[in-house]
Ligand binder design. Structure first.
Ligand SMILES: [Zn+2]
Ligand SMILES: [Zn+2]
Ligand SMILES: [Zn+2]
Ligand SMILES: [Zn+2]
Ligand SMILES: [Zn+2]
Ligand SMILES: [Zn+2]
Ligand SMILES: [Zn+2]
Length: 1750
């Protein structure tokens, strides 16, 4: 027992109690008492207030411990009747583990559902079960849980297949149906029963307790103190900010405490914010209430007695404990269920479970969560009690929902959200429907909550207040429950189920009746409507009910009797609706073409019309089912078919369609956007299935029962076109009519729409039951028509297709028949393309096309046909035949009224005038004729017997009125040659050809002689072939012409690019002429080997360097004394190469950057876009930008993608983010002097020079030390003039630019304010040069590119300028300062007693040292007139540092790897031997801390690989500094690089010779290096030991399966708020840290500003630049500084080659390595900031985001 540690924290009074307490004795006492209930309550009353809530600061650990000791332990002992540790173990042994997994999901945890096997989308698996299930091989969906809900593994009703994972697979030998209580003794059962009833009763009493100052009887504390809590409760009304602000005022806390209070209140639902006596707490309460009651209802606050709070705390603990104890045994679980559901003293619905549920809305969030969890682990895990619980839940349903409406908490914390666990179990749902009439209950409750009705009893959502709107949103959850109940269709029907379902349907029809005709509109004429009417609520309702309506139809489709009854009920409901609003409509008679019909007078444009007709639409759906299930043919006597009045059926759907047509025609413009939106949603994929589609079906149903002529006349009349087509001489009169132009236009559009409607009525046959089609034909056709518009990505297709209630489109089953998949590249996404053979099924007038879709598809299809050399006619496709119930619809195509209309339009087209017709009208007429011809041909082909469809006959008859007008056929022939109808020529030709074909077909079948038929057919074919050949020839010519034009275009383009290149790239070519890119110009390359450093270095031919300014376009030569030219550059801090991200950032004020540590933890990188300007042009440009930005920011308060105040600007040419400029300098001329001193001589001279400088510098300093006199005056060499101040070779503008770049590098690199005088400026510049070279060298290795020749010009350019700038920057600084740097740098290699604290060589990055020392030497050399050449010094320094690096490598080489192959050729013997010798020398100096290594092979290998990056860096450096072209071998990745590289660097290829040939001179240096105390210390593990070569850093490894990341993130808790789940877990891709982003809890202060966790992390991990993966969003986040950021496509793709940003689609995602490598490359080449800049320029909304709070 852990008593010893804990009792120190426990108040002493309790301490004695505790020591005297015996668990066993208490339990024994309990076992003997008669009234256990009273005894336990007494115990609780005594101890609970002593343990819990003793002061303002709760101490959960010690409270829990005490509660365990004093309260739970005796209960457990009693329960087991013995020591619980043995008792519970016994229980566990006998446990029959449940086959249900029941894992309760945490927020953000991944859940999996199988698209193939899940009964419905709410059936989910936890990750563990999923991985062990068969579904991981299926098409699955992955989502993140919103919290709550549990894993359905093991639930056989949830899965069509594979209900168990490997772990939960039931053991067949087990008898599953055994009573779990059988294993328990009666005593045990009784005890258990007692404990559970008392504890559960206690918990329920306390949690539902609503008195603040009193306790339930039996729990009153023995002694009462005056201690209270001021308890704050959460609501969904007040914001975080309001609460935080109020708390600071009310309880005098800091902002931080207030944030913590607010967070807890939000999480747990309540939090005590003050502890003290009653008055003290009451005061705080009044302040809070006063402060929050202004705008809304005040925050809820209660002053509660501490003992009440204490008991409530323990009550929660007790529920946890119950949950824990029943985990040991299924028997205990069952007893608890029994206790919970046992009927209480108040009769029905009074069990403890009922009490809890019914008080749900009064409890705080934390309490609700705890008891919901207990329900899930007990009642829902026991199949027997789950059923009983479901019944209670259903009984209370109405009240629970009503409470929920009043409650303002989210649904996830309401007990009503448990419905998903109960209602989605199919057997349970059916049981609840039959026994508890659940379907009716749900719908009734729903209807009751929508109270606002108009006079006719229809819903009215106008003038909804905010509160009503809120309620309306809440009430929608009922529809969700209804969906759960209906989601699985019954396979068998009982009479009871039929009865209750039909009763439910009755209620549902009542609901639909309230919707039929709601939100009616009246056309506004004259003036615009004043206020947009509310329409969204009605549409939301419609949208939510869409799936319900579909599901009800599907239920009906499973039982004939139900279908028949439902049909009758629906018809009755519709008749009832119609009787309601038929008044005022007078009968009239229409007649046309010898037919006449009676109808009513009604004008859509004048009277009320509504778009909501759910009753008609449900009837339409059922009508199709009558046909599909063949009920209409088998039981016609049971159907009320004779009661149907077709004109009544079509009336309202037709009005609705006419309304759409009139809106298209612009007649409803004055009704505003609300109507436009309604029309949009009416056709939208989300609604159309139960709106537009069903209206069309209703027209089809009605028309199939009517005389087609009558139907068409009614249609004409509703379209308000009857007067045009019915007049006796309509063909003529219409032409002469001089109507208002608008009216003509309107009528044209209406005619077009009407013709389209006729096409749809006759042509839409792809729904099973209407046409004779298979189930998947419909979806195939949808996809086909989408792809006719253009190739589409998977997600685009999904969006365009209607989803069923399971969120499935059914696309996967058919997509491969109609489309082929094209994979994506590194960007973009995978696309589906239409299979070419499917194009012939294209229907231009596809009913789901919008007008825009239609014209896009038309264009695409015509283009395709042209490309294939075919004619461009787009004839209608061949259609499947109708089902018998709808078969008569084809007669519309050959009825007199239609032919009359066709004839009229054709006649208008023959004599076009004054715009009384339109081409689309004609196009539609031609299409209709085509449909008719195809119909006839098909009927002829399919049936041998005569049929009465004879369109060819009708079309060749002359028109009826006026008499003797031309026939349709004649008109077509006439039009064939009309010049103004060129576009339609192909189509007309196709029609005439088809017509001729049909005639032959008829003749052939009529006459016995086949000879003539085949003859004419042959003739026709030859004519056809001729036609084809001619068209082919034309197409070929057109193609040639096109190709010629294209060639001309591309020639022009190439020319233009060349012109531009000359303009902008000329400079680069000029500069590079002598270097890498143009070897052939260099005379030295041919004869001698190229050398880039030392006295033997190759001298490139001097050449004038001329560049062009991108701003003024003037040419300028680069000269030291000329006008300065500058390169736009971007300097940034970098940790890309860091080997030590834990090194704390330096103090910028005191940090000495002279030596770079080999761990490269922080560097300064310089990049450039390579664009060159005059310095004065740039200055003028940046001043203008600055002024403009300041004005803009003042005026618009907007930010830009760049920070002008920080010196940032965009390159004027390429808009690349820049923050300074680098001056371009001429190459330094090497003096080719003859004799140069050897190493020994030089060491001596330089030693003297350094001494001379030391003494000179000392004189400069103020006299402060006495030592000065002691120091002997050092005689300087005669040729070395210490006081000589060299003339500055640079012009004033160049000098200025030297300062500009130096200061910028210093400012950015150290993060300090600019200071031109700071001695660290040159150091920063050299450092940046070295760092940039190193990073480019790494990049080339990583990209597997050769060292030279593969860099883009801009990087070459940048490196050259950096190197040359570095060698000149001393001229802009104080000379002694730079000399001082030189002296200290040299002292790291050659001991100098006057320099203190030189670093040990293990702490120096050698390339940085090389670059700095070489570049700083200029300041020393300027005072040397001895003829010593810079080249010679460079070489000596280089060799020296190279030796030092070898030593460094050998010291850090580590033990040899045994497994390596150790054979070496003759050639390498020397090297190996040398390496051994050097290593052994080192061991004599360093001693035992260096391990013994036997193999020279290993040592040489270490040296060679370790030093290579340094040598390559040095080659880049000297190449750019001295401008010596690189040998061609280094332009490729060929073998033998080592030798060439050494040659180029003037090194022996056996590097060890460097040491051994100068051993006497170097030996003392070596000794100095090795005996440095730092070496010993580091080798013994006292510092960061970096080994060489340094590996390139990579972004972290990501798992292949994205769900692994989600899982990782879901277990991540916020580091600051004690185990809370993080809302936006975000992964740093650089170091792998998980962060709690975008949240108050993890904000920290950075440089005086509050920043989010990500921004704070970038400063520690990436020097201000960060790359993150937002796990919940599946989105990459780039951050730079505090203000810049952008989102970037994640490297995870689904199988369709698409990313899923926001994780909305839930397709499984897998890592795409190419895309991840691309992100890594951006990072490695320091382009993240640039990428953000481009993204922000392209998308201004990104600029406004508060990146710093992420
Ligand atoms: Zn599971
Ligand atoms: Zn499982
Ligand atoms: Zn499956
Ligand atoms: Zn210029
Ligand atoms: Zn640029
Ligand atoms: Zn990081
Ligand atoms: Zn946090």
């Amino acid at each position: 027992m852990a008593a010893a540690e804990s009792d120190r924290e426990v108040p002493s009074a309790l301490c004695t109690e505790f020591l005297n307490f015996s668990v066993k004795d208490t339990a024994s006492k309990w076992l003997q008492v008669t009234d256990l209930y009273k005894e336990v309550y007494h115990h609780l009353a005594r101890y609970v207030p002593k343990i819990y809530c003793l002061g303002p600061n709760l101490n959960p650990q010690s409270e829990d411990l005490l509660a365990q000791m004093l309260l739970q332990a005796p209960l457990e002992w009693y329960l087991c009747g013995e020591d619980p540790s043995t008792g519970l173990a016994k229980l566990e042994q006998n446990n029959q583990p449940s086959q249900l997994c029941g894992h309760v999901f945490k927020v953000g945890e991944p859940t999996y559902s199988c698209r193939e096997c899940a009964a419905d989308p709410t059936c989910v698996l936890c990750m563990q079960c999923f991985l062990g299930s068969v579904h991981k091989e299926h098409r699955y969906r992955m989502t993140t849980s919103g919290g709550g809900g549990f894993c359905d593994c093991g639930d056989t009703e949830a899965w069509k297949k594979g209900p168990y994972c490997q772990k939960h697979e039931p053991n067949i030998s087990d008898s599953c149906h055994e009573d779990p209580l059988a294993h328990l003794s009666t005593d045990m059962i009784a005890r258990c029963y007692n404990v559970f009833s008392i504890v559960l009763k206690y918990a329920v009493d306390m949690l539902t307790w609503d008195k603040e100052d009193e306790l339930p009887p039996g729990l009153e504390p023995p002694d009462r103190s005056d201690s209270y809590y001021c308890m704050l409760f959460n609501d969904e009304v007040h914001t975080y900010e309001q609460v935080i602000y109020t708390l600071q005022k009310a309880v005098n806390c800091t902002q931080k405490e207030a944030v913590s209070f607010a967070t807890t209140v939000d999480r747990d639902g309540r939090k005590s914010v003050r502890f003290g006596d009653f008055a003290f707490c009451e005061l705080a309460k009044s302040v809070i209430v006063r402060n929050t009651s202004r705008q809304s209802k005040p925050l809820r606050v209660q002053v509660m007695h501490s003992s009440v709070v204490a008991h409530q705390c323990f009550a929660l603990k007790a529920l946890h404990w119950l949950g824990h104890v029943i985990g040991y045994s299924d028997a205990l679980r069952r007893i608890l269920c029994q206790v919970g559901l046992e009927r209480g003293p108040e009769g029905e619905n009074s069990s403890l479970v009922d009490t809890l549920m019914l008080c749900d809305s009064k409890m705080w969030k934390g309490a609700r969560n705890v008891y919901h969890q207990l329900f899930m682990s007990s009642l829902l895990m026991d199949l027997k009690y789950k059923k009983l619980f479901a019944i209670q839940f259903a009984k209370n349903y109405r009240r629970l929902q009503t409470d929920f409406m009043e409650d303002d908490h989210e649904r996830v914390v309401s007990v009503t959200s448990l419905s998903v666990q109960l209602f989605t179990v199919p057997t349970m749902a059916r049981m609840l429907i039959t026994e508890e009439n659940l379907m009716t209950t749900i719908i009734r409750t729903f209807v009751d909550h929508l109270r606002h009705r108009d006079l006719q009893g229809r819903f009215q959502f106008e003038r909804y207040t905010a509160q009503q709107a809120f309620k309306f949103r809440r009430v929608q959850s009922l529809i969700g429950d209804l969906k759960y109940v209906l989601i699985s269709r019954p396979t068998e029907w009982s009479d009871q189920l039929r009865e209750k379902f039909l009763e439910g349907l009755d209620t549902f029809l009542e609901l639909l009746k309230c919707m039929q005709g709601m939100d009616p509109v009246v056309r506004q004429v004259g003036q615009h409507i004043e206020m947009e009417p509310e329409w969204e609520a009605a549409f939301t309702l419609q949208m939510k009910l869409t799936h319900i309506i579909s599901m009800i139809q599907e239920w009906c489709a499973t039982d004939e009797r139900v279908l028949i009854e439902a049909y009758k009920k629906c018809l009755t409901a519709l008749t009832h609706c119609h009787s309601g609003f038929a008044d005022g409509e007078q009968p009239i008679t229409l007649s046309m073409c010898g037919h006449s019909v009676d109808t009513i007078r009604y004008c859509v444009s004048q009277e009320k019309v509504s778009i909501h007709l759910p009753v008609s639409r449900l009837l339409a759906g059922l009508h199709v089912l009558l046909s599909k299930m063949e009920v209409a043919y088998r039981f016609p006597e049971q159907l009320p078919l004779s009661e149907l009045s077709p004109p009544m059926l079509i009336e309202h759907p037709l009005r609705c369609l006419v309304l759409c047509a009139q809106v298209h025609a612009g007649m409803w413009r004055r009704n505003g956007f609300s109507l436009v939106n309604q029309i949009y949603y009416y056709h939208n994929v989300k609604c159309r299935v139960e709106m537009f589609d069903k209206d069309l079906i209703m027209l089809q149903a009605g028309a199939s029962m009517m005389d087609p002529n009558h139907f068409l006349m009614i249609v004409l009349s509703r379209f308000e076109l009857y007067h045009i087509f019915s007049s006796a001489d309509c063909r003529k009169r219409y032409n002469r009519e001089t109507a208002n132009k608008d009216v003509v236009q309107q009528n044209n559009t209406l005619t077009e729409e009407m013709l389209h409607l006729i096409m749809m009525v006759v042509g839409e046959r792809f729904e099973a039951g209407i046409g004779q089609v298979e189930g998947c034909d419909e979806i195939k056709r949808e996809i086909l028509h989408q792809l006719c518009i253009r190739p589409m990505a998977h997600s685009e297709l999904v969006k365009a297709l209607p989803e069923n209630e399971n969120k499935e489109t059914g696309m996967e089953r058919v997509i491969d028949c109609v489309a082929s998949f094209k994979k994506p590249g590194v960007t973009g996404r995978g696309l589906y393309e239409l299979r070419p053979e499917c194009a012939k099924q294209f229907n231009l007038y596809f009913h789901h096309y919008s007008r825009a879709d239609q014209s896009k598809a038309e264009e695409a299809q015509r283009k395709l046909k042209r490309q294939n050399g075919e004619d461009t006619a787009l004839p209608p496709p061949v259609l499947p035949p109708f089902c018998p119930l709808f078969a008569s619809l084809v007669n519309i195509l050959q009825c007199d009224v239609l032919l009359g209309m066709l004839g009229a339009v054709l006649q208008w087209a023959v004599e076009p005038s004054a715009g009384h017709w339109s081409e689309s009208m004609l196009q539609r007429v031609l299409h209709l004729i085509g449909m008719a011809l195809l119909e006839e041909r098909q009927q002829l082909e399919n049936s041998s017997e005569d049929n009465d469809f004879n369109f060819t006959l009708k079309m060749s008859r002359p028109g009826e009125a006026p008499s003797n007008t031309a026939s349709v056929l004649a008109l077509l022939e006439n039009l064939q040659n009309a010049p103004h109808l060129e576009v339609h020529k192909d189509m007309i030709r196709w029609l005439l050809k088809t017509e001729a074909g049909i005639k032959t077909l008829r003749e052939r079948s009529a006459s016995t002689s086949t000879v003539t038929a085949s003859g004419s057919r042959g003739q026709e074919e030859t004519a056809c072939d001729k036609d084809k050949a001619e068209r082919k020839r034309k197409a070929e010519m057109a193609r040639l012409r096109r190709e010629k034009v294209m060639a001309q275009m591309s020639e022009m383009q190439r020319h233009f690019i060349n012109e531009n290149k000359e303009l902008f790239q000329q400079s680069l070519e000029e500069l590079d002429a002598s270097t890498s890119t143009s070897l052939e110009h260099s005379p030295t390359s041919s004869d001698a080997a190229l050398v880039c450093v030392g006295p033997r270095r190759s001298r490139p031919r001097e050449k004038r360097q001329v560049v062009t300014c991108i701003l003024c376009q003037e040419e300028q030569e680069i000269r030291a004394d000329g006008k300065a030219m500058v390169l736009a550059a971007f300097v940034q801090r970098s940790t890309v190469m860091s080997k030590n991200r834990k090194r704390p950032p330096h103090d910028p004020k005191r940090y000495d950057p002279l030596f770079m540590h080999p761990d490269l933890s922080f560097g300064t990188h310089t990049g450039s876009c390579g664009h060159i300007m005059h310095s004065h042009c740039w200055q003028r440009y940046s001043e203008a930008v600055q002024a403009k930005e300041q004005r803009r920011q003042q005026r618009l308060r907007v930010h830009t993608s760049y920070d002008v105040g920080n010196g940032e600007f965009l390159c004027p040419l390429c808009e690349c983010l820049s923050n300074t400029v680098i001056p371009l300098l001429p190459r330094t001329k090497g003096s080719s002097s003859c004799e140069q001193p050897g190493l020994g001589q030089w060491l001596k001279t330089s030693g003297q020079q350094i001494k001379a400088m030391h003494s000179a510098h000392r004189k400069l300093q103020p006299v402060s030390t006495v030592e000065e006199t002691v120091e002997e005056e050092c005689p300087a060499p005669e040729v070395f003039t210490v006081n000589y101040i060299p003339t500055n070779p640079y012009s004033s503008t160049i000098k200025e630019m030297l300062t500009t770049f130096g200061t910028a590098t210093y400012k950015v690199g150290l993060k300090v304010h600019p200071n031109e005088q700071d001695p660290r400026i040159p150091i920063m510049c050299w450092g940046s040069c070295a760092y940039t070279i190193q990073s480019i060298e790494r990049l080339l290795v990583d990209e597997k590119k050769p060292l030279f020749g593969s860099l883009p010009c801009r990087q070459d350019e940048c490196l050259s300028s950096l190197a040359r700038f570095g060698s000149a920057c001393w001229t802009a600084a104080c000379q002694p300062t730079v000399q001082g740097h030189f002296i200290r740098l040299v002292a790291a290699l050659i001991p100098d007693p006057l320099v203190e604290a030189s670093p040990c060589i293990l702490d120096v990055d050698m390339l940085h040292l090389l670059v700095s020392v070489v570049l700083s030497y200029g300041s020393v050399h300027s005072q040397d007139s001895s003829g010593l050449s810079v080249d010679a010094v460079q070489l000596h320094l280089f060799h020296l540092i190279t030796v030092a690096h070898m030593v460094q490598i050998l010291l850090t080489s580590g033990p040899e790897e045994v497994t390596m192959e150790q054979e070496s050729g003759e050639a390498e013997r020397g090297e190996e031997e040398g390496a051994c010798r050097l290593y052994n020398t080192l061991r004599t100096h360093v001693g035992s801390s260096l391990p013994e290594v036997g193999s020279g092979w290993h040592l040489w290998r270490c040296v060679k690989t370790g030093i290579l990056p340094y040598l390559r860096g040095a080659a880049l450096f000297f190449h750019h500094l001295n401008g010596v072209p690189a040998p061609p071998e280094l332009h490729a990745l060929c073998p033998g690089q080592w030798e060439v590289l050494c040659g180029y660097l003037s090194l022996p290829s056996n590097l060890l010779q460097l040491f051994h040939s100068q051993q006497e001179l170097l030996e003392p240096l070596l000794h100095g290096w090795c005996t440095h105390p730092g070496v010993q210390q580091t080798l013994q593990g006292g510092g960061v030991l970096v080994s060489f070569p340094r590996e390139s850093n990579s972004l972290i490894d990501l798992p292949d399966d994205y769900s692994a990341l989600i899982n990782q993130a879901s277990s991540f808790t916020c580091p600051k708020s004690g185990g809370d789940k993080s809302r936006a877990p975000t992964l740093c891709l650089v170091c792998g840290s998980m962060l709690c982003s975008q949240s108050y809890c993890c904000q920290t202060e950075l440089e005086g500003e509050d920043v989010g966790a990500c921004t704070a992390h970038t400063f520690a991990c990436g020097a201000g630049v960060g790359i993150f993966l937002r796990v919940r969003e599946s989105q990459v986040l780039f951050l730079a500084g505090k203000t810049k950021g952008c989102f970037y496509a994640p490297p995870y793709l689904d199988d369709y080659g698409e990313t899923d940003q926001g994780l909305r689609r839930g397709n499984p995602l897998h890592l795409c390595h190419e895309r991840y490598r691309k992100i890594q490359k951006l990072w490695r080449q320091h382009s993240i900031t640039e990428e953000i800049g481009h993204a922000q320029e392209a998308n201004q909304t990104l600029v406004g985001i508060d990146w710093q709070h992420l």
